[in-house]
Design a protein around this ligand. Sequence first.
Ligand code: FES
Ligand code: FES
Length: 158
Amino acid sequence: MSTALTVNGRPVTVEAEPDTPLLWVLRADLQLTGTKFGCGMALCGACTVHANGQAIRSCVTPVSAVAGQAITTIEGVEGPEIAALRAAWTAVDVVQCGYCQSGQLMSACALLKTNPKPDTAAIREAMDGNLCRCGTYQRIEEAVALAAQQTGQQAAKA
Ligand code: FES
Ligand code: FES
């Protein structure tokens, strides 16, 4: 079956069974391998992408469920939030093995787009479903707070 969607701003039509997970379409059909497979059961967040701006778990999202929607992956995400997050990730030196980190960044980015000034509780709640086997949670929290501070300062200057 053909499914039309927009991926990272580009209209694409993919041939897949309707229940094929979006993650497989992204990784296998579109070669966008920045989005990772972890649990396959919506438990780890490694596969997080945005669908119309919302963070979703692509491993449990059938491609048919996002027909016509705008999908954004780590390869295509843009804007002041992700720029600040990437800079903060480097400044705080968040990453260990890196496997979970594109999912972490996509969840953090969705948070900052909807809540530009999250407090610690809001950061923890938004990041709660993203697991990290290396245990980088404290640095992630610090980096999200730093990015929020920086985007807030940019907004104040604008
Ligand atoms: S791979 Fe999708 S949530 Fe774990
Ligand atoms: S950095 Fe290794 S799993 Fe998170």
